[in-house]
Design a protein around this ligand. Structure first.
Ligand SMILES: [Zn+2]
Length: 286
């Protein structure tokens, strides 16, 4: 006899409603905390090389615990610099090398870095259907147990700077489209892929943290995060204005100190916070 039937038989309708109300109010939590996840496929979607930096401690922890971690970046990062000497092509190459070096510090192999090659700064003006189709292909190929993405907002649309804003919605829209076998059907009939519903989400954010409902304790992975974050020489520190592939020892120390300072704490532990969600992608805002 299931719980509801038991309540109806032995009790009243009001107690049954109370059970239902409780089920709806219960905080959304994973079956096991992320610190205990193992054997999962993890996909992080971001706009730029370094968007994953907000999750570096968590990614290092997951990789160390026997999960397969993939990072997919939508743009090449070929615009964001204040150094007047760098061309777009040079910048795209630098950003790729920096990302691969950062992932290496986290234990994630270079083959797990996917870049879709869109131009930095213009993601929201790309053909949305084509971008979603590309993302759907990767979701159907990798079949992630957990998708990390910019948080598009819970209930209300969240403000992010342009590429982040676009990436948040593109990732959510792709997760939704991936589950419908008749959407981008050619991937199924011609490419041997199968529809797939992403079951769990870890949504990240860098503007405010009010919707966070899970904090991953990254104790033991702080040094990996600091080292990885310090690989983005062209983005953080003096390389932003005057890029030099081999910064001085003092400059590197400065970058590491900055990276260490960015780490948040909760109850005395270093943490990374997320909005955890599980269920139908259509209800991501609930
Ligand atoms: Zn970014």
């Amino acid at each position: 006899m299931n719980l509801l039937r038991k309540v109806f038989v032995s009790g009243t309708v009001t107690s049954a409603l109370a059970v239902l109300a409780y089920a709806q109010m219960a905080p959304l939590k994973p079956d096991l905390p992320p610190e205990k996840w193992t054997g999962k496929t993890i996909l992080l979607i971001g706009a730029h090389a370094d968007d994953d930096a907000l999750s570096h401690g968590t990614l290092a922890l997951l990789e160390a615990h026997g999960n397969q971690v993939y990072v997919l970046t939508l743009t090449t990062g070929n615009v964001g610099t204040q150094d007047p000497r760098l061309s777009r092509t040079q910048l795209a190459e630098i950003r790729r090398q920096e990302e691969i070096a950062a992932l290496k510090d986290l234990g994630i192999p270079a083959e797990h870095y996917i870049n879709l090659g869109y131009d930095d700064g213009l993601l929201e003006f790309e053909d949305r259907k084509a971008v979603v189709e590309n993302l759907v292909r990767w979701i159907r190929k990798l079949r992630p147990d957990v998708l990390f993405a910019w948080d598009p907002g819970k209930v209300y649309q969240r403000w992010h700077k342009s590429d982040h804003r676009a990436a948040a919605y593109l990732a959510a829209d792709a997760a939704r489209a991936a589950m419908w076998r008749l959407l981008f059907e050619g991937q199924i009939t011609q490419e041997g892929l199968k529809e797939f519903m992403v079951p769990e989400y870890m949504l990240y954010n860098d503007t405010d943290y009010q919707d966070e409902n899970i904090w991953v304790d990254i104790t033991g992975f702080v040094e990996q995060r600091v080292n990885a974050d310090s690989q983005y020489i062209s983005q953080f520190g003096p390389g932003w204005k005057n890029y030099n592939a081999t910064p001085s020892e003092a400059e590197m120390q400065g970058m590491k100190a900055w990276a260490r300072d960015r780490i948040r704490t909760r109850d005395g532990h270093p943490v990374e916070g997320f909005r955890y969600y599980r269920g139908l992608p259509d209800s991501l805002g609930k």
